[in-house]
Structures are given as C-alpha cells and as structure tokens.
Design a protein around this ligand. Structure first.
Ligand code: NAG
Ligand code: NAG
Ligand code: NAG
Ligand code: NAG
Length: 368
C-alpha cells in the first residue's frame, strides 16, 4: 500500500514537473540521446514555420531558438532526431554572486524542462579585462554549475558556450577559455565579426577570412582544448560599408570606435545573404573573389551615387571553412543564422537555399 502511494505520488510529480507534451505523439518529447555525434549547430531567429520547416533537418543536429520558444519547432526537430535548445545570457555584474548564479541555473533548467528542450547555449559576450580574474572565474563557475545541474537532471542534455573567433582577448573578452571548454559540452567559435577592432588601415574587409578561422582554431588548440570540443561557427551574412574613397578596391571607411580601438565594422552594417542576392541581381553586379581571405566582395553605387563595398560569405567561401573544420577534426560547424536566406517559394529562393544548405557537411548519413 505504501509502495503504491509512493508510486502514484512519483508519477504525479513527473507529470507536473514536465508539463504536457505538446507534440502529436508523446515520444516526440523525449530527449535526443546521442551526445557524441558531430554537429551542424544552427541559430534560428524567425519564429515562422514557413522558414524553419525548410531547414535541411537531415543535416542539422542542433537548432538554437533565438528570441522565441516554439513547441512546434521542438516537436519537428525531434521528429528528425535534432536537438532543440534555448539560448541564454547572464548579467556581468552578478558573475561573482554565487547565489544569483544558482538562481539563474535553476530558472534556466526549469525553462528547458518545461518546454522539453535538449539544453542551452550560453551567449555571454561582455568585456572582461585580463586582470578581472574574479569575473573570469565567476563565468566559468556559472557554466560549470549549469552543466552539472543539467546533466544531473537531464543526462542527455547539451550545454554549450559561444566564444570569440580566437583567444585570448578579442573585443576585451578575456575569458577562461580553457576552463569554459572543460566544463561544457563544446564551445561554438564565432568565426565572424572579425573586423570589430580594425588595427591596420581603416578600410572595409572580409567578415570571416579563411586564414583567421585557422588562426582561431589553432589558438584554442594551443590551450589544449580538444578538437571535438569545438564547433566552427560561420556567417550567413556580410557587411556593407560606405566608402569615403575607393581606390583599386580599397574602400576607406568612417572611423567608428569599438572597445578601445578607433576603427571597426560598426562603420558598416550587417546584410543577410538574402539581401545581398537581391542587391547583386538588381544592380547587375559582378562579384570579385579576394584570394588573400578567400572571400567574395563587390563594389556598387546607389541611386545617389554613394559608393559601397560589400563583403560576404557564399557557398564557395563557406565550403572552404567547413572543409577546414573537417581537416582539424572539429566537432562540427554551424552558422549565424539560418534565417539569412530567402525562404519564399520562388525558383531563385529555392536555388539559393539549395546552394547554401547544400554546402554544409553531411555528418548524418547514418541518421543518428
Ligand atoms: C552517435 O552518433 C554517431 C554518428 O554520428 C555514431 O557513430 C555513434 O555510434 C552514436 N552513438 C550512440 C550512443 O548512439
Ligand atoms: C535550486 O534547485 C535546487 C534543486 O532543485 C534546490 O535544492 C535549491 O534550493 C535551488 N536554489 C535556489 C537558489 O533556487
Ligand atoms: C585568385 O585565384 C584564382 C584561382 O587560383 C585565380 O584564377 C585568380 O586569378 C586569382 N585572382 C587574383 C586577383 O589573384
Ligand atoms: C550619378 O552619376 C551619374 C554619372 O556620373 C550622373 O549622370 C548622375 O546625375 C549622378 N546622380 C546623382 C544623383 O548625383
């Protein structure tokens, strides 16, 4: 009798704790269990079934929902054996507050459980100077506690951390990268926005040069971060810069300081692959390919004769980065962000998606 009562109470608790599965069948709320497979790790920003339904779910392994939480997407992802996870940040001023860290971990875990998600991506990008050791330690402790609690309660869950394109101190983000990788499942290396602090000439340039991807990977390997704990993140967007002067493809840009450096990509604006394709078509633009960064770019003038230079990544430059990740035996690749493409049903949109999704590696031929 006592045993029965205990069982009843337990099953009630499970139901209350997990909530009701919103999927067509309850098994779709089960977690994805493979914790070692290679990753195609993608960020989704558009809470619109018409977009995310067209992602290539035979290639994706993890989809991060940014700015929204969709039960429909969770069910859909699980149908394809894909993890659906949340993204979260933490206030820098509370990093050294252990009690606040625990509250945050509890809240984040509760949110993930409630929505049948498979984990969390921690996207903290505030500056921490080299000498702010307590903040560095606080951040590593936060991730360690999160990962430990997640694994305790959701053994197959995934806890990952977004990191700068290289260590140690890009944009004054002097984190304990070695520690962060040790206490998480893997780090997502954001191999983009690499002109956030332009130290040479104040000119436009590539967002994600191939050589820098290699420098970044090597910089993390040099900290003894294993290749299987790194996912190479690439941009599905570019930058458009207004040229003060354009001489032999050298586009001088306005000085816009960022974190102590006088010239930065803040002089330009980010532009999605979809918008770039429209621009190219409308202006009959011929695209150049810069061999030193292995990156496409072009110049054009708008209706008022202002000159612009646009640097971006397309299938060719992206494929080179995916191959680099493979060459180093990294855990995988990913992109910011999946909604940079045209998800309409025109022929050109379909072709664009085929080229961009098609360039991604296929790590899932066994469909694990
Ligand atoms: C996880 O997936 C990989 C392929 O990506 C496969 O080799 C491995 O056996 C799988 N592990 C489990 C425990 O299923
Ligand atoms: C966090 O959750 C754990 C386990 O449920 C609980 O023991 C602890 O009291 C919680 N802490 C806070 C600060 O909410
Ligand atoms: C870039 O490299 C390609 C292939 O190696 C070559 O055909 C092309 O001429 C090069 N372009 C420049 C501007 O050096
Ligand atoms: C832009 O330049 C063209 C060719 O030099 C000129 O005909 C046109 O009037 C200019 N337009 C504006 C808005 O200045």
């Amino acid at each position: 009798m006592i045993v029965n009562i205990v069982l009843v109470v337990c099953s009630l608790l499970v139901i209350v704790e997990g909530g009701k599965c919103p999927c067509s069948t309850p098994d779709l709320c089960n977690p994805i269990t493979n914790t070692t497979r290679r990753e195609v790790f993608i960020f989704s920003l558009n809470n619109d079934r018409n977009s995310w339904e067209k992602y290539d779910f035979t290639k994706v392994t993890t989809v991060v929902m940014v700015g929204y939480e969709s039960p429909e997407l969770m069910c859909h992802a699980h149908k394809f054996g894909v993890r659906a996870i949340a993204i979260s940040n933490y206030p820098v001023e509370k990093l050294t507050n252990a009690a606040a860290r625990t509250v945050w971990v509890n809240k984040t875990l509760a949110m993930v459980k409630e929505n049948f998600l498979d984990g969390v991506n921690i996207d903290f990008e505030d500056p921490i100077s080299k000498n702010e050791v307590n903040l560095e330690r606080g951040y590593t402790s936060l991730v360690a506690e999160a990962n430990q609690r997640f694994k305790q309660e959701l053994p197959y869950s995934q806890v990952t951390v977004d990191v700068a394109w290289r260590q140690p101190c890009i944009d004054d983000r002097c984190y304990d990268y070695s520690g962060l990788s040790a206490v998480s499942d893997f780090v997502f290396v954001m191999a983009y926005d690499e002109r956030s602090q332009i130290l040479g000439e104040c000119i436009a340039g590539a967002n994600s040069p191939l050589g820098n991807a290699q420098i970044g990977i090597e910089s993390y390997l040099s900290l003894n971060i294993p290749a299987y704990k790194m996912v190479l993140g690439v941009p599905w967007y570019g930058y458009r810069y207004k040229c003060l002067k354009l001489v032999e493809n050298k586009c001088s840009i306005e000085k816009k300081p960022f974190r102590g450096v006088p010239c930065s990509d803040a002089a330009g604006s980010q532009i999605d692959y979809r918008a770039i394709a429209i621009l190219v078509k409308k202006n009959h633009i011929k695209i150049n390919f810069d061999n030193s960064t292995m990156t496409p770019f072009f110049n054009y003038q708008d209706a008022s004769n202002t000159t612009y230079q646009v640097w971006f990544d397309g299938p060719k430059s992206l494929r080179l980065k995916y191959e680099l990740a493979d060459k180093y035996g990294l855990r995988g690749v990913g992109m910011w962000n999946a909604d940079s493409l045209d998800y309409s049903d025109t022929i050109s949109a379909q072709l664009q998606r085929k080229e961009m999704w098609g360039a991604l590696p296929n790590y899932r031929n066994d469909f694990n």
